[in-house]
Design a protein around this ligand. Structure first.
Ligand code: SOE
Length: 363
C-alpha cells in the first residue's frame, strides 16, 4: 500500500483536459465534496469555456500554470495520452496527488517510472479503471471461490465509434495516443478487470492486431490497430482469450468477461451492469443487483435500492470518492493505483510485441 500524505482541509481539485473525460472527472470531484479549484485545457480559450461550463474557481492558461499555482491539492489529468507522463511527473514534483487517465503512459517503462515516483513522493497516483466499481463486478470477485479453479477466462471489448473513415480522433495518432490504440484505450480495461475479478495474472500472450480502416481524415495511413485478438495463459494455468475492436458495428461499449471454473461459471456485461450471470452443471441464473442480498464488497458500491439502475457515472463517482479517501489516508480495497496502470502498460507492450513478432511474450 502507498504511504499517503494527509490533507487536513477540503481538497482543491484541478482538471487538466476539457473533453468528455474532463467533464466526467469534474462532476465526480464535485460530488465527492472537493472544490473545483481550477481547470486547464489544450488552449486558453478551451479552458475558459470549460471553466464557465463547469463553474471552476479559476481558469489557467496552461496545465503547468495550474500544477504550479499552489492552489491545487489533486490534479486530474484527462489529456491525450502522450501528456500523461510529463504532466504527472510535474504534478508529483509539485507535491500534488494525481488521478491520471488510462493508459497511464504510452510504454511500460515510463508507466513504471511514474508509479515509482508516486510511491517515493508518498502521493496517491490513481488510474480510472472504473469498471471495477460496478457492484456486480465486486460481486463476481467475491464469488470467485464458488466457481472453483478457473480453467477459461474469456471475453471481449467491442465499440463502433471508429467504424467509418470519417471517424477520427487523437487516439488514432501514435504520437498522441501511443503505439497501441484499441489495446491501450479499451483492451487495458478488459485485462485489468480480468485480473481484478479472478485475482489471477495474465502470464504470457500471443496476439494479432489489424488496421481495418486504413485512411482517416487526419490519419493516413492509419498506424494503430482497430482490432486485436489475444490468447493468453495465466499464472495459475488457466487459458484465456480476449477480442478487442473499435470497429464492431452496433457494439457501443460492450465489455464482456466470462470465467469458467471447475465447479461453476460467471459472466459480466458492462452494458448490462445490474446483472451477473451464474452457472453450474445443474443450470444457470441471473443475479440482479440488490443491496439486501449482495456480498459486503458489492453492497458498499450499491447506494441505490434494487430496481433503481446504477451505471457508469456511479462507477466513476465511487472511484473518485475512493481516490480522495486514499489521499486522506483511508485506503479502500480495489482502488486502481499507478501500480495497476503500470501493470496494464506491461500487458499492452507484451501484446504489441507479440503481434509484431508472432511470438508468445511473457508479461
Ligand atoms: C473511448 O474509447 C472510451 O471513452 C475510453 O477511453 C474509455 O476508457 C472507455 O470507458 C469508453 O471508451
Amino acid at each position: 500500500m502507498l504511504e499517503i500524505r494527509r490533507w487536513p482541509t477540503e481538497l482543491r481539485a484541478g482538471i487538466v483536459g476539457t473533453g468528455f473525460m474532463g467533464r466526467i472527472h469534474a462532476r465526480a470531484a464535485r460530488l465527492t465534496g472537493a472544490r473545483l479549484a481550477g481547470v486547464a485545457g489544450s488552449t486558453a480559450e478551451r479552458a475558459r469555456q470549460a471553466g464557465q461550463l463547469l463553474g471552476a474557481d479559476r481558469v489557467f492558461d496552461t496545465a503547468e500554470d495550474l500544477i504550479e499555482s499552489g492552489l491545487i491539492d489533486v490534479v486530474h489529468i484527462c489529456t491525450p495520452n502522450h501528456l500523461h507522463a510529463p504532466l504527472t511527473l510535474k504534478a508529483l514534483d509539485a507535491g500534488l496527488a494525481v488521478i491520471c487517465e488510462k493508459p497511464l503512459a504510452t510504454d511500460a517503462r515510463t508507466a513504471a517510472l511514474m508509479a515509482g515516483r508516486a510511491e517515493e513522493a508518498g502521493l496517491l497516483g490513481a488510474v480510472p479503471f472504473v469498471y471495477r466499481f460496478h457492484p456486480m463486478v465486486r460481486e463476481a470477485r467475491a464469488r470467485m471461490a464458488d466457481i472453483g479453479r478457473a480453467s477459461l477466462i474469456q471475453g471481449s471489448y467491442l465499440q463502433d465509434w471508429l467504424l467509418e473513415p470519417t471517424d477520427d480522433n487523437w487516439r488514432v495518432d501514435p504520437e498522441l495516443g501511443g503505439p497501441g490504440r484499441a489495446i491501450g484505450d479499451i483492451g487495458t480495461h478488459w485485462c485489468d478487470l480480468a485480473e481484478f475479478v479472478t485475482g489471477d495474472r495474465i502470464a504470457r500472450v500471443s496476439a494479432q492486431t489489424a488496421v481495418v480502416v486504413t485512411d482517416r481524415a487526419t490519419n493516413s495511413p492509419v498506424l494503430t490497430e482497430d482490432v486485436a485478438t489475444v490468447q493468453f495463459t495465466t499464472a495459475s494455468g488457466a487459458l484465456g482469450s480476449v477480442n478487442v475492436s473499435q470497429v464492431a458495428p452496433g457494439r457501443k461499449n460492450r465489455l464482456v468477461l466470462e470465467v469458467s471454473g471447475t465447479s461453476g461459471s460467471l459472466a459480466f456485461d458492462q452494458e448490462d451492469p445490474e446483472r451477473l450471470w451464474l452457472g453450474d452443471r445443474a443450470g444457470s441464473h441471473t443475479l440482479v443487483r440488490d443491496p439486501v442480498t449482495l456480498s459486503e464488497a458489492a453492497r458498499r458500491y450499491s447506494p441505490l435500492p434494487a430496481g433503481h439502475a446504477q451505471g457508469y457515472h456511479d462507477c466513476f463517482d465511487a472511484f473518485v470518492a475512493d481516490s480522495y479517501a486514499a489521499i486522506r489516508g483511508e485506503y479502500r480495497d480495489g482502488l486502481p493505483t499507478f501500480e495497476d496502470g503500470a501493470r496494464a502498460a506491461v500487458i499492452t507492450d507484451a501484446i504489441l510485441d507479440s503481434a509484431r513478432t508472432g511470438e508468445w511474450v511473457p508479461c
